[in-house]
Design a binder for this molecule. Structure first.
Ligand SMILES: [Zn+2]
Length: 366
């Protein structure tokens, strides 16, 4: 198989020959479209009306949602299970783990060991917020054949250090998020092996002291890669631009944090046990409130938004959607870009009026 276009990374027209991996990359002649690795989204709670947080979601529905996700340029993603009852979280992971698709690279568990405080907690249900529990983490791994890749935790808990060390020693990416942790607690988390910040700037108090605070601490810590929900709703333009400049593009990752209404019509949906509404202006909120509960963002729109809102180049924006998430979540076959030996997830697209128009998204099946 061969795909052609202008290499986003070098600006040169290339031809990529591939089967399950990339076999050859050589000079090409097609200049009216771009070519890059397909996107990787490391935080997806649901899509196309399908809720990944319900243990009862049928496999056929999950497979249908994957087709819609692929139409947004994504080849691989981490279905994300948020805070819920222990049996529901385990059930949701087990339900997702039985799906055979090359699109599901592993899982992200966001919670339940998060901040109970209003603001940092975001839309995670208070009654299920609980103390870090390594035994519970082991049950998640047993239920998924060891495929939990990222766990988001708040390091304010007394036993957070031991928890983070245990997960990091398994090769799991520990991400700081939904937290009100002190500077010392954040420093201890990083020393214990935390390497990421989950949607930095969201899930925070509406008012925080100017310094020190948990946003500056994470922003200034070069050992933390940060993810951002770039839908133009969750974080304001100046904050996004400042964060990416402080972190550097290499330590910045685009995520959708999409929940079930993403890619569906406005109306009522579910996120685990909670009802959520997709409003006419694309906000996903806990039903009847203005509290954000994930997004309706699609990855190709996020890439375009990075160019518009943070003034990134196409090359920088694509890096935040491909090699950077692969490095952050330790995803094989994608850490180097479109080079021989990497996995044959190849995306061809055009840019029209600042928007990404997907032409083709090639991916391998298991
Ligand atoms: Zn979150």
């Amino acid at each position: 198989m061969i795909c052609s276009g202008v290499d986003v990374e070098t600006g040169q027209p290339i031809e990529v020959e591939y089967e399950r991996t990339i076999r050859a990359v050589r000079p090409g002649s097609v200049t009216d479209r771009y070519i890059c690795p397909s996107f990787i989204d490391i935080q997806v709670n649901g899509f196309a009306g399908v809720d990944y947080n319900s243990p009862a979601t049928p496999a056929s529905e999950i497979l249908r949602s994957i087709e819609v996700i692929r139409s947004t340029g994504v080849a691989r993603f981490l279905p994300t299970v948020i805070t819920g009852g222990p049996d529901d979280m385990l059930g949701a992971l087990r339900n997702l783990a039985r799906i055979t698709s090359s699109a599901i690279e592993g899982f992200h568990v966001e919670g339940p060991h998060l901040s109970p405080e209003e603001g940092p907690r975001g839309a995670h249900p208070l009654r299920w917020i609980r103390v870090p529990d390594i035994a519970e983490y082991r049950r998640w791994q047993d239920a998924t054949d060891g495929r939990v890749r990222i766990v988001t935790v708040s390091p304010h808990w007394d036993n957070a250090t031991a928890y983070i060390e245990a997960l990091a020693s398994d090769g799991v990416t520990v991400s700081i998020g939904h937290t009100h942790a002190s500077p010392d607690q954040i420093a201890n988390a990083v020393a214990a092996g935390a390497t990421m910040s989950t949607h930095l700037g969201n899930a925070a108090h509406a008012m925080i002291r100017k310094q020190p605070n948990y946003i500056w601490e994470q922003l200034a810590e070069d050992r933390l890669t940060a993810s951002f929900i770039v839908d133009g709703i969750h974080i304001q333009r100046a904050f996004l631009k400042s964060c990416i400049r402080a972190k550097g593009v290499e330590r910045s990752v685009l995520v959708t944090d999409a929940s079930s209404p993403a890619g569906a019509k406005p109306g009522r949906y579910h996120l685990g046990e909670q009802a959520v509404d997709l409003t006419e202006d694309d906000h996903v909120v806990l039903a009847g409130t203005d509290r954000l509960a994930g997004s309706s963002l699609r990855m190709h729109h996020g890439v375009a938004n990075l160019m518009k809102l943070a003034q990134l180049s196409l090359r920088e924006a694509v890096r935040m959607a491909t090699v950077n998430p692969a490095r952050a979540a330790n995803i094989p076959g994608r850490k180097r870009g479109l080079v021989v030996g990497e996995r044959a997830d190849v995306l061809v697209f055009r840019v029209e009026n600042g928007e990404i128009q997907i032409e083709s998204n090639s991916f391998i099946e298991p």
